[in-house]
Design a protein around this ligand. Structure first.
Ligand code: UD1
Ligand code: CA
Length: 468
Protein backbone atom coordinates (compact mmCIF):
# COMPACT_ATOMS: atom_id res chain seq x y z
CA UNK A 1 0.00 0.00 0.00
CA UNK A 2 1.26 3.49 -0.76
CA UNK A 3 2.38 5.84 2.00
CA UNK A 4 -0.14 8.25 3.42
CA UNK A 5 0.13 11.84 4.60
CA UNK A 6 -2.02 14.27 6.54
CA UNK A 7 -1.62 17.82 5.21
CA UNK A 8 -2.40 20.15 8.09
CA UNK A 9 -2.87 23.84 7.37
CA UNK A 10 -2.88 26.13 10.39
CA UNK A 11 -5.42 28.89 9.81
CA UNK A 12 -6.85 29.68 13.22
CA UNK A 13 -4.83 32.83 13.85
CA UNK A 14 -6.38 36.27 14.28
CA UNK A 15 -4.02 38.36 12.21
CA UNK A 16 -3.43 40.68 15.17
CA UNK A 17 -0.47 42.37 13.52
CA UNK A 18 -2.53 43.15 10.39
CA UNK A 19 -5.17 44.94 12.51
CA UNK A 20 -7.97 43.23 10.59
CA UNK A 21 -10.98 41.55 12.10
CA UNK A 22 -11.37 38.73 9.57
CA UNK A 23 -9.16 35.62 9.84
CA UNK A 24 -5.71 36.38 8.42
CA UNK A 25 -5.99 33.31 6.19
CA UNK A 26 -8.77 35.06 4.26
CA UNK A 27 -6.83 38.28 3.62
CA UNK A 28 -6.58 38.75 -0.13
CA UNK A 29 -3.62 39.11 -2.41
CA UNK A 30 -3.97 39.33 -6.20
CA UNK A 31 -7.65 38.51 -5.94
CA UNK A 32 -7.45 35.31 -3.88
CA UNK A 33 -7.20 34.60 -0.19
CA UNK A 34 -3.87 33.59 1.35
CA UNK A 35 -5.46 30.24 2.13
CA UNK A 36 -6.32 29.60 -1.54
CA UNK A 37 -2.65 29.66 -2.51
CA UNK A 38 -1.54 27.33 0.29
CA UNK A 39 -4.39 24.86 -0.31
CA UNK A 40 -3.56 24.85 -4.05
CA UNK A 41 0.09 24.04 -3.35
CA UNK A 42 -0.78 21.17 -0.99
CA UNK A 43 -3.28 19.70 -3.47
CA UNK A 44 -0.72 19.91 -6.30
CA UNK A 45 1.90 18.23 -4.12
CA UNK A 46 -0.51 15.45 -3.11
CA UNK A 47 -1.73 14.74 -6.62
CA UNK A 48 1.77 14.70 -8.14
CA UNK A 49 2.99 12.23 -5.48
CA UNK A 50 1.78 8.68 -5.01
CA UNK A 51 0.77 9.52 -1.44
CA UNK A 52 -2.72 9.03 -0.10
CA UNK A 53 -3.55 12.45 1.27
CA UNK A 54 -6.17 14.39 3.13
CA UNK A 55 -6.13 18.06 4.15
CA UNK A 56 -6.94 19.15 7.69
CA UNK A 57 -7.69 22.83 8.06
CA UNK A 58 -7.34 24.18 11.60
CA UNK A 59 -9.79 27.04 12.05
CA UNK A 60 -10.51 29.23 15.05
CA UNK A 61 -10.95 32.99 14.96
CA UNK A 62 -14.19 33.71 13.01
CA UNK A 63 -14.21 30.12 11.82
CA UNK A 64 -17.62 30.50 10.20
CA UNK A 65 -16.02 32.76 7.56
CA UNK A 66 -13.48 30.05 6.69
CA UNK A 67 -16.25 27.43 6.64
CA UNK A 68 -18.15 29.63 4.17
CA UNK A 69 -15.00 29.90 2.03
CA UNK A 70 -14.67 26.10 2.19
CA UNK A 71 -18.26 25.47 1.14
CA UNK A 72 -17.45 27.12 -2.20
CA UNK A 73 -14.10 25.39 -2.72
CA UNK A 74 -13.91 22.96 -5.68
CA UNK A 75 -11.86 20.47 -3.62
CA UNK A 76 -14.05 20.71 -0.50
CA UNK A 77 -14.40 16.90 -0.33
CA UNK A 78 -10.67 16.59 0.29
CA UNK A 79 -10.69 19.23 3.03
CA UNK A 80 -11.74 18.61 6.64
CA UNK A 81 -11.83 21.27 9.32
CA UNK A 82 -10.71 21.07 12.93
CA UNK A 83 -11.59 23.68 15.53
CA UNK A 84 -8.99 25.27 17.77
CA UNK A 85 -11.17 26.90 20.41
CA UNK A 86 -8.57 29.31 21.74
CA UNK A 87 -5.51 30.44 19.85
CA UNK A 88 -2.91 29.12 22.25
CA UNK A 89 -0.16 28.64 19.73
CA UNK A 90 0.84 26.51 16.77
CA UNK A 91 1.38 23.28 18.75
CA UNK A 92 -2.05 23.66 20.27
CA UNK A 93 -3.43 24.18 16.75
CA UNK A 94 -1.93 20.88 15.58
CA UNK A 95 -3.34 19.15 18.67
CA UNK A 96 -6.81 20.43 17.76
CA UNK A 97 -6.41 18.79 14.38
CA UNK A 98 -5.71 15.37 15.90
CA UNK A 99 -8.51 15.86 18.46
CA UNK A 100 -11.16 16.61 15.87
CA UNK A 101 -9.76 14.36 13.13
CA UNK A 102 -8.28 11.39 15.06
CA UNK A 103 -7.79 9.35 11.88
CA UNK A 104 -4.94 11.76 11.06
CA UNK A 105 -2.91 9.72 13.60
CA UNK A 106 -3.03 6.84 11.11
CA UNK A 107 -1.23 8.69 8.33
CA UNK A 108 2.46 7.75 7.97
CA UNK A 109 3.49 11.39 7.61
CA UNK A 110 2.19 14.75 8.75
CA UNK A 111 2.90 17.90 6.78
CA UNK A 112 2.33 21.19 8.57
CA UNK A 113 1.84 24.40 6.61
CA UNK A 114 1.00 27.93 7.69
CA UNK A 115 -1.92 29.60 5.96
CA UNK A 116 -0.18 32.97 5.76
CA UNK A 117 2.46 32.03 3.17
CA UNK A 118 0.94 32.41 -0.30
CA UNK A 119 4.10 32.14 -2.42
CA UNK A 120 4.61 28.50 -1.44
CA UNK A 121 4.44 25.95 -4.26
CA UNK A 122 4.29 22.17 -4.52
CA UNK A 123 8.00 22.02 -5.44
CA UNK A 124 9.03 23.08 -1.92
CA UNK A 125 6.92 20.30 -0.38
CA UNK A 126 8.43 17.82 -2.85
CA UNK A 127 11.99 18.77 -1.92
CA UNK A 128 11.20 18.59 1.77
CA UNK A 129 9.51 15.21 1.47
CA UNK A 130 12.37 13.80 -0.61
CA UNK A 131 14.85 14.60 2.18
CA UNK A 132 12.73 12.86 4.78
CA UNK A 133 12.07 9.82 2.58
CA UNK A 134 15.69 9.34 1.60
CA UNK A 135 17.01 9.57 5.19
CA UNK A 136 15.09 6.85 7.05
CA UNK A 137 16.71 7.74 10.39
CA UNK A 138 15.05 11.18 10.37
CA UNK A 139 11.78 11.81 12.21
CA UNK A 140 11.18 15.28 10.87
CA UNK A 141 12.36 18.03 8.51
CA UNK A 142 11.81 21.77 8.72
CA UNK A 143 12.15 24.12 5.76
CA UNK A 144 14.48 27.02 6.52
CA UNK A 145 16.05 29.87 4.58
CA UNK A 146 18.34 32.84 5.03
CA UNK A 147 16.07 35.82 5.56
CA UNK A 148 16.94 39.20 4.09
CA UNK A 149 15.19 40.61 7.18
CA UNK A 150 14.82 37.90 9.86
CA UNK A 151 12.58 40.06 12.06
CA UNK A 152 9.53 38.15 13.30
CA UNK A 153 10.73 34.69 12.32
CA UNK A 154 11.92 31.87 14.58
CA UNK A 155 15.72 31.51 14.38
CA UNK A 156 17.45 28.21 13.59
CA UNK A 157 20.05 27.45 16.24
CA UNK A 158 22.44 24.73 15.08
CA UNK A 159 24.48 22.70 17.55
CA UNK A 160 26.84 19.76 17.29
CA UNK A 161 23.96 17.36 17.85
CA UNK A 162 21.32 18.94 15.67
CA UNK A 163 19.26 22.09 15.80
CA UNK A 164 16.35 23.77 17.56
CA UNK A 165 14.20 26.82 16.90
CA UNK A 166 14.05 29.93 19.07
CA UNK A 167 11.18 32.38 18.59
CA UNK A 168 12.18 36.02 18.24
CA UNK A 169 10.52 36.99 21.52
CA UNK A 170 12.54 34.37 23.38
CA UNK A 171 15.82 34.86 21.52
CA UNK A 172 18.93 36.32 23.09
CA UNK A 173 20.60 39.26 21.36
CA UNK A 174 23.13 36.89 19.87
CA UNK A 175 20.45 34.52 18.62
CA UNK A 176 18.60 37.41 16.99
CA UNK A 177 21.62 37.97 14.77
CA UNK A 178 21.06 34.56 13.16
CA UNK A 179 19.66 34.97 9.65
CA UNK A 180 18.65 31.34 9.06
CA UNK A 181 14.96 31.22 9.99
CA UNK A 182 12.09 28.79 10.31
CA UNK A 183 9.61 28.89 7.42
CA UNK A 184 6.79 27.28 9.41
CA UNK A 185 6.64 24.34 6.96
CA UNK A 186 7.48 20.88 8.27
CA UNK A 187 7.07 17.25 7.36
CA UNK A 188 7.24 14.76 10.21
CA UNK A 189 6.73 11.08 10.79
CA UNK A 190 3.36 10.99 12.52
CA UNK A 191 4.82 8.68 15.16
CA UNK A 192 7.25 11.43 16.24
CA UNK A 193 4.37 13.89 16.52
CA UNK A 194 2.47 11.36 18.64
CA UNK A 195 5.49 10.84 20.91
CA UNK A 196 6.29 14.50 21.60
CA UNK A 197 3.31 16.78 20.85
CA UNK A 198 1.85 16.16 24.29
CA UNK A 199 5.16 17.05 25.96
CA UNK A 200 5.29 20.59 24.60
CA UNK A 201 4.77 23.21 27.29
CA UNK A 202 4.11 26.94 27.17
CA UNK A 203 6.90 28.16 29.37
CA UNK A 204 8.02 31.00 27.08
CA UNK A 205 7.56 34.76 26.65
CA UNK A 206 4.23 34.42 24.80
CA UNK A 207 2.80 31.72 27.04
CA UNK A 208 1.92 29.83 23.85
CA UNK A 209 2.47 26.21 22.85
CA UNK A 210 5.10 26.34 20.11
CA UNK A 211 5.08 23.73 17.36
CA UNK A 212 8.72 24.53 16.82
CA UNK A 213 9.43 22.47 19.98
CA UNK A 214 8.92 19.33 17.85
CA UNK A 215 12.45 20.11 16.72
CA UNK A 216 15.08 19.62 19.42
CA UNK A 217 18.79 18.88 19.34
CA UNK A 218 18.05 15.47 20.83
CA UNK A 219 15.69 14.37 18.04
CA UNK A 220 16.72 13.04 14.63
CA UNK A 221 15.57 16.13 12.76
CA UNK A 222 17.02 18.13 9.90
CA UNK A 223 16.78 21.75 8.83
CA UNK A 224 16.45 21.77 5.04
CA UNK A 225 17.76 25.13 3.91
CA UNK A 226 16.22 26.52 0.71
CA UNK A 227 18.09 28.94 -1.49
CA UNK A 228 15.32 31.48 -2.03
CA UNK A 229 13.22 33.07 0.69
CA UNK A 230 10.46 34.06 -1.73
CA UNK A 231 8.35 30.86 -1.49
CA UNK A 232 8.30 31.19 2.30
CA UNK A 233 7.50 34.87 2.74
CA UNK A 234 5.07 34.91 5.64
CA UNK A 235 2.48 37.66 5.92
CA UNK A 236 2.04 39.24 9.32
CA UNK A 237 1.55 42.92 8.37
CA UNK A 238 -0.17 44.97 5.65
CA UNK A 239 3.24 46.00 4.38
CA UNK A 240 4.21 42.35 3.84
CA UNK A 241 0.85 41.76 2.14
CA UNK A 242 1.56 44.56 -0.34
CA UNK A 243 5.07 43.22 -1.00
CA UNK A 244 3.72 39.77 -1.80
CA UNK A 245 0.99 41.24 -4.01
CA UNK A 246 3.74 42.93 -6.05
CA UNK A 247 5.62 39.64 -6.40
CA UNK A 248 2.49 37.73 -7.42
CA UNK A 249 1.68 40.45 -9.97
CA UNK A 250 5.12 40.15 -11.51
CA UNK A 251 4.91 36.34 -11.59
CA UNK A 252 1.53 36.57 -13.33
CA UNK A 253 2.72 39.10 -15.92
CA UNK A 254 5.82 37.04 -16.67
CA UNK A 255 3.66 33.98 -17.35
CA UNK A 256 1.24 35.93 -19.56
CA UNK A 257 4.11 37.32 -21.64
CA UNK A 258 5.48 33.78 -22.08
CA UNK A 259 1.98 32.82 -23.23
CA UNK A 260 2.03 35.52 -25.96
CA UNK A 261 0.23 38.49 -24.43
CA UNK A 262 1.68 41.92 -25.24
CA UNK A 263 1.96 44.64 -22.59
CA UNK A 264 2.90 48.18 -23.59
CA UNK A 265 3.96 48.93 -20.01
CA UNK A 266 3.76 45.86 -17.77
CA UNK A 267 4.83 47.76 -14.64
CA UNK A 268 1.64 49.81 -14.68
CA UNK A 269 -0.81 46.94 -15.04
CA UNK A 270 -2.52 44.98 -12.24
CA UNK A 271 -3.78 41.50 -13.07
CA UNK A 272 -5.23 39.14 -10.46
CA UNK A 273 -3.87 35.63 -10.16
CA UNK A 274 -6.84 33.80 -11.72
CA UNK A 275 -7.31 36.07 -14.77
CA UNK A 276 -6.81 34.38 -18.15
CA UNK A 277 -5.74 36.17 -21.35
CA UNK A 278 -5.47 34.59 -24.80
CA UNK A 279 -2.54 34.78 -27.20
CA UNK A 280 -2.12 37.90 -29.34
CA UNK A 281 -4.03 40.19 -26.98
CA UNK A 282 -2.59 43.65 -26.29
CA UNK A 283 -2.85 45.39 -22.94
CA UNK A 284 -2.16 49.14 -22.78
CA UNK A 285 -0.72 50.91 -19.70
CA UNK A 286 -2.79 51.35 -16.50
CA UNK A 287 -5.20 48.49 -16.96
CA UNK A 288 -6.78 46.59 -14.03
CA UNK A 289 -8.07 43.05 -14.57
CA UNK A 290 -9.63 41.41 -11.54
CA UNK A 291 -11.19 38.22 -10.21
CA UNK A 292 -12.15 35.46 -12.61
CA UNK A 293 -11.95 37.61 -15.74
CA UNK A 294 -11.34 35.65 -18.95
CA UNK A 295 -10.02 37.53 -21.99
CA UNK A 296 -9.90 35.76 -25.36
CA UNK A 297 -7.36 35.97 -28.17
CA UNK A 298 -6.46 39.14 -30.08
CA UNK A 299 -8.36 41.37 -27.69
CA UNK A 300 -7.22 44.98 -27.28
CA UNK A 301 -7.59 46.61 -23.86
CA UNK A 302 -6.81 50.31 -23.80
CA UNK A 303 -5.62 52.43 -20.89
CA UNK A 304 -7.75 52.96 -17.82
CA UNK A 305 -9.95 49.92 -18.42
CA UNK A 306 -11.17 48.32 -15.17
CA UNK A 307 -12.52 44.81 -15.73
CA UNK A 308 -13.83 42.56 -12.97
CA UNK A 309 -15.19 38.99 -13.27
CA UNK A 310 -16.01 39.49 -16.94
CA UNK A 311 -15.65 37.48 -20.10
CA UNK A 312 -14.29 39.19 -23.22
CA UNK A 313 -14.24 36.99 -26.32
CA UNK A 314 -11.81 36.93 -29.24
CA UNK A 315 -11.18 40.03 -31.33
CA UNK A 316 -13.04 42.51 -29.14
CA UNK A 317 -11.74 45.93 -28.16
CA UNK A 318 -12.23 47.59 -24.81
CA UNK A 319 -11.41 51.25 -25.41
CA UNK A 320 -9.95 53.64 -22.86
CA UNK A 321 -11.51 54.20 -19.43
CA UNK A 322 -14.29 51.64 -19.68
CA UNK A 323 -15.59 49.91 -16.51
CA UNK A 324 -16.86 46.34 -16.78
CA UNK A 325 -18.21 44.12 -14.01
CA UNK A 326 -19.71 40.64 -14.46
CA UNK A 327 -20.27 41.34 -18.14
CA UNK A 328 -19.99 39.11 -21.20
CA UNK A 329 -18.67 40.63 -24.42
CA UNK A 330 -18.87 38.29 -27.42
CA UNK A 331 -16.54 38.24 -30.47
CA UNK A 332 -15.44 41.37 -32.37
CA UNK A 333 -17.27 43.90 -30.23
CA UNK A 334 -16.14 47.47 -29.51
CA UNK A 335 -16.80 48.84 -26.03
CA UNK A 336 -16.14 52.47 -25.11
CA UNK A 337 -14.26 54.67 -24.72
CA UNK A 338 -15.78 55.48 -21.32
CA UNK A 339 -18.53 52.86 -21.35
CA UNK A 340 -19.89 51.06 -18.32
CA UNK A 341 -21.08 47.46 -18.39
CA UNK A 342 -22.74 46.40 -15.16
CA UNK A 343 -23.58 42.86 -13.99
CA UNK A 344 -25.64 40.91 -16.49
CA UNK A 345 -24.64 42.94 -19.55
CA UNK A 346 -24.33 40.44 -22.43
CA UNK A 347 -23.17 42.09 -25.63
CA UNK A 348 -23.60 40.09 -28.87
CA UNK A 349 -20.88 39.59 -31.47
CA UNK A 350 -19.97 42.53 -33.73
CA UNK A 351 -21.99 44.93 -31.58
CA UNK A 352 -20.84 48.40 -30.60
CA UNK A 353 -21.26 50.13 -27.26
CA UNK A 354 -19.99 53.68 -27.54
CA UNK A 355 -18.99 56.48 -25.20
CA UNK A 356 -21.02 57.27 -22.08
CA UNK A 357 -23.25 54.25 -22.49
CA UNK A 358 -24.30 52.23 -19.44
CA UNK A 359 -25.69 48.72 -19.86
CA UNK A 360 -27.10 46.62 -17.00
CA UNK A 361 -28.75 43.16 -16.99
CA UNK A 362 -29.45 43.34 -20.71
CA UNK A 363 -28.93 40.96 -23.60
CA UNK A 364 -27.96 42.50 -26.89
CA UNK A 365 -27.96 40.22 -29.94
CA UNK A 366 -25.40 40.31 -32.79
CA UNK A 367 -24.62 43.60 -34.51
CA UNK A 368 -26.50 45.95 -32.17
CA UNK A 369 -25.28 49.54 -32.01
CA UNK A 370 -25.71 51.80 -28.99
CA UNK A 371 -23.12 54.38 -29.88
CA UNK A 372 -23.63 57.40 -27.62
CA UNK A 373 -24.87 58.59 -24.22
CA UNK A 374 -27.46 55.98 -23.27
CA UNK A 375 -28.82 53.85 -20.41
CA UNK A 376 -29.87 50.31 -21.28
CA UNK A 377 -31.23 48.45 -18.25
CA UNK A 378 -33.30 45.23 -18.04
CA UNK A 379 -33.56 45.14 -21.82
CA UNK A 380 -33.41 42.68 -24.68
CA UNK A 381 -32.40 44.01 -28.09
CA UNK A 382 -32.56 41.96 -31.32
CA UNK A 383 -30.02 41.60 -34.13
CA UNK A 384 -28.74 44.59 -36.08
CA UNK A 385 -30.93 47.08 -34.26
CA UNK A 386 -29.60 50.62 -34.09
CA UNK A 387 -30.17 52.72 -31.01
CA UNK A 388 -29.64 56.45 -31.51
CA UNK A 389 -27.91 58.92 -29.20
CA UNK A 390 -29.43 59.71 -25.79
CA UNK A 391 -31.61 56.60 -25.42
CA UNK A 392 -33.04 55.70 -21.99
CA UNK A 393 -34.87 52.64 -20.72
CA UNK A 394 -37.13 53.96 -17.95
CA UNK A 395 -36.96 50.61 -16.19
CA UNK A 396 -37.73 51.59 -12.59
CA UNK A 397 -41.05 52.86 -11.23
CA UNK A 398 -39.71 53.53 -7.77
CA UNK A 399 -40.56 50.03 -6.54
CA UNK A 400 -40.05 47.47 -9.30
CA UNK A 401 -37.84 47.01 -12.35
CA UNK A 402 -39.53 46.40 -15.72
CA UNK A 403 -38.34 44.99 -19.03
CA UNK A 404 -37.84 46.66 -22.38
CA UNK A 405 -37.91 44.38 -25.44
CA UNK A 406 -36.80 45.64 -28.83
CA UNK A 407 -36.82 43.36 -31.91
CA UNK A 408 -34.35 42.87 -34.76
CA UNK A 409 -33.46 45.32 -37.55
CA UNK A 410 -35.29 48.09 -35.75
CA UNK A 411 -34.24 51.75 -35.72
CA UNK A 412 -34.65 53.88 -32.62
CA UNK A 413 -34.01 57.56 -33.27
CA UNK A 414 -32.02 59.80 -30.95
CA UNK A 415 -33.35 61.00 -27.60
CA UNK A 416 -35.98 58.31 -27.06
CA UNK A 417 -37.25 56.99 -23.74
CA UNK A 418 -38.86 53.57 -23.36
CA UNK A 419 -41.25 53.57 -20.38
CA UNK A 420 -41.06 49.91 -19.36
CA UNK A 421 -42.64 47.39 -19.45
CA UNK A 422 -42.65 47.95 -23.20
CA UNK A 423 -42.15 46.04 -26.45
CA UNK A 424 -40.97 47.31 -29.82
CA UNK A 425 -41.22 44.78 -32.66
CA UNK A 426 -38.89 43.75 -35.49
CA UNK A 427 -38.26 46.08 -38.45
CA UNK A 428 -39.89 48.92 -36.53
CA UNK A 429 -38.96 52.62 -36.54
CA UNK A 430 -39.26 54.94 -33.56
CA UNK A 431 -38.90 58.61 -34.36
CA UNK A 432 -36.33 60.78 -32.56
CA UNK A 433 -37.44 62.53 -29.39
CA UNK A 434 -40.20 60.03 -28.54
CA UNK A 435 -41.29 58.99 -25.07
CA UNK A 436 -42.75 55.58 -25.84
CA UNK A 437 -45.44 54.34 -23.45
CA UNK A 438 -47.33 51.95 -25.78
CA UNK A 439 -45.99 48.91 -27.62
CA UNK A 440 -44.89 49.39 -31.26
CA UNK A 441 -45.57 46.22 -33.29
CA UNK A 442 -43.44 44.62 -36.06
CA UNK A 443 -42.93 46.92 -39.05
CA UNK A 444 -44.68 49.90 -37.37
CA UNK A 445 -43.60 53.54 -37.10
CA UNK A 446 -43.92 55.07 -33.61
CA UNK A 447 -43.70 58.75 -32.78
CA UNK A 448 -44.52 60.49 -29.49
CA UNK A 449 -43.36 64.08 -29.33
CA UNK A 450 -44.89 67.52 -28.81
CA UNK A 451 -46.00 69.43 -31.95
CA UNK A 452 -43.71 72.22 -33.13
CA UNK A 453 -45.09 75.75 -33.55
CA UNK A 454 -43.12 78.22 -35.71
CA UNK A 455 -44.06 81.95 -35.63
CA UNK A 456 -42.53 83.99 -38.47
CA UNK A 457 -40.55 87.08 -37.32
CA UNK A 458 -41.32 86.55 -33.61
CA UNK A 459 -37.75 85.83 -32.52
CA UNK A 460 -36.92 89.47 -31.74
CA UNK A 461 -39.34 89.43 -28.82
CA UNK A 462 -37.23 86.74 -27.18
CA UNK A 463 -33.72 87.89 -28.09
CA UNK A 464 -32.18 89.92 -25.32
CA UNK A 465 -29.43 92.22 -26.56
CA UNK A 466 -26.99 94.39 -24.62
CA UNK A 467 -27.67 98.11 -25.12
CA UNK A 468 -24.83 99.81 -27.07
C1 UD1 B 1 5.61 30.94 13.16
C2 UD1 B 1 6.73 30.12 13.80
C3 UD1 B 1 8.06 30.78 13.48
C4 UD1 B 1 8.22 30.90 11.97
C5 UD1 B 1 7.03 31.63 11.34
C6 UD1 B 1 7.11 31.51 9.83
C7 UD1 B 1 5.81 29.13 15.85
C8 UD1 B 1 5.79 29.20 17.33
N1 UD1 B 1 6.53 30.05 15.23
O1 UD1 B 1 5.62 32.23 13.78
O2 UD1 B 1 9.11 30.01 14.02
O3 UD1 B 1 9.41 31.57 11.68
O4 UD1 B 1 5.79 31.01 11.74
O5 UD1 B 1 6.13 32.31 9.21
O6 UD1 B 1 5.20 28.25 15.29
N2 UD1 B 1 -2.02 29.67 14.13
C9 UD1 B 1 -3.06 28.90 14.58
N3 UD1 B 1 -3.33 28.86 15.92
C10 UD1 B 1 -2.60 29.55 16.84
C11 UD1 B 1 -1.53 30.35 16.37
C12 UD1 B 1 -1.26 30.38 15.01
O7 UD1 B 1 -3.75 28.25 13.78
O8 UD1 B 1 -2.92 29.44 18.03
C13 UD1 B 1 -1.73 29.70 12.68
C14 UD1 B 1 -1.87 31.08 12.05
O9 UD1 B 1 -3.16 31.25 11.54
C15 UD1 B 1 -0.83 31.05 10.95
C16 UD1 B 1 0.21 30.08 11.47
O10 UD1 B 1 -0.40 29.32 12.49
O11 UD1 B 1 -1.33 30.57 9.74
C17 UD1 B 1 1.45 30.80 11.99
O12 UD1 B 1 1.06 31.65 13.04
P1 UD1 B 1 1.73 33.07 13.25
O13 UD1 B 1 1.11 33.70 14.44
O14 UD1 B 1 1.76 33.83 11.99
O15 UD1 B 1 3.20 32.57 13.64
P2 UD1 B 1 4.53 33.39 13.54
O16 UD1 B 1 4.63 34.31 14.69
O17 UD1 B 1 4.67 33.97 12.19
CA1 CA C 1 3.41 34.10 10.36
Amino acid sequence: MSDSIGLVILAAGKGTRMKIDTPKALAKTAGRSLLDYVVDATIKFASASSLRAEIGLVVGHKKELIEEWLSMHPAKNMLKTAWQREQNGTADALKSCFNDLPHFWNFDYTLVACADTPMIQASEFEALFLTLKSNPELVGVAATFDAHDPKGYGRIVHSEKGFHIVEEKDASEKERLITEVNSGFYILKTKHVKDVLGLIGNNNKSGEFYLTDLFQDKYQVKAVKFRSEIPFLGINTMEQLAEVTTLLRKRKLRQLMIDGVEFLNPDSVHIDDEVKIGVGSVVYPNVTLLGKTVIGEKVVIESGAFIKNSNIRNGSEILAHSYLEEAVVHEDVTIGPMARLRPGADIGAESKIGNFVEVKKSKLAQGVKVSHLSYVGDAEIGENTNIGCGFITCNYDGVNKHKTKIGSNTFIGSDCQMVAPIEIGNDAFVAAGSTITKNVPDGAFGIARGQQVTKEGAAKKFLKRKKT
